[in-house]
Design a protein around this ligand. Structure first.
Ligand code: FPP
Length: 222
């Protein structure tokens, strides 16, 4: 959800105002996803690298996350949205962890759309953690080399219960993957929208889907 800072700076406003506005864009995307019959929507809300930002911005983002959870759970329940999260959630402030766990538990039986928040998330760290877990299982004598298949590896990632993404939408014209779902994106189609995330609305979401529909996915075949 890129471009919140630039959106604010362009208006002479503090970066946090851009993040607040960015949090508002989420609603339009969730509505558009439901309308289009999308089953899984993952939002990259906070990367492991984002901890390097000034303490005031990090604290503001955590407050925003708590507010988002406080305000949106009721709506998510009403709309049949299931909330999930990936990333090193244990690194979040304990009040965020608690609210997140409550929101996940209270929406777990919903089936219309799964919204996944990537929080304190790093694709490389996720892969390293999976390798460590596999080494532990191997030490316990439970594994042979042939057990280690792609499916087996996928089952050790945070996304074990989620399908690989069909489409990655990146806003504000950035052409990078930025440590997001590195394993899972191997054959994901990419759509780059020029607008900044706070300006990204339903129409932009539908435009991304229309762009995706034009793609011919060959998965390396012909
Ligand atoms: C990247 O834009 C955005 C973030 C690091 C934070 C994204 C968070 C939100 C949209 C709101 C909070 C999320 C939830 C779920 C409540 P940037 O700050 O890097 O923008 P820039 O590239 O223009 O500087």
């Amino acid at each position: 959800m890129d471009g919140n800072g630039r959106w604010a700076e362009k208006r002479g406003l503090p970066r946090l105002v851009g993040h607040e506005q960015g949090a508002k864009s989420i609603r339009a995307c969730v509505e558009a996803a439901i309308e289009a019959g999308v089953e899984f929507l993952t939002l990259y809300a906070f990367s492991s690298e984002n901890w390097k930002r000034p303490a005031a911005e990090v604290a503001g983002l955590m407050r925003l996350l708590e507010r988002f959870l406080d305000e949106k759970v009721k709506e998510m329940k009403k709309e049949g949205v299931r909330l999930q999260a990936i990333g090193r959630l244990q690194e979040l402030p304990s009040s965020c962890q608690r609210k997140l766990a409550e929101a996940i538990a209270s929406t777990e039986t919903n089936t219309r759309l799964t919204v996944v928040l990537a929080l304190s998330y790093s694709g490389r760290t996720e892969i390293v953690e999976a390798v460590k877990q596999i080494v532990r299982e191997s030490r316990e004598g439970e594994l042979s080399e042939d057990d280690i298949t792609q499916d087996f590896f996928s089952a050790h990632l945070d996304t074990r219960n989620l399908p690989d993404p069909d489409l990655l939408i990146r806003t504000s014209g950035e052409m990078r993957v930025s440590n997001f779902l590195l394993w899972q994106l191997s054959y994901t189609e990419i759509h780059v929208a020029d607008c900044l995330w706070p300006d990204f609305g339903k129409d932009d979401f539908f435009e991304a889907l229309a762009d995706y529909q034009k793609r011919n996915r060959r998965y390396g075949g012909i």
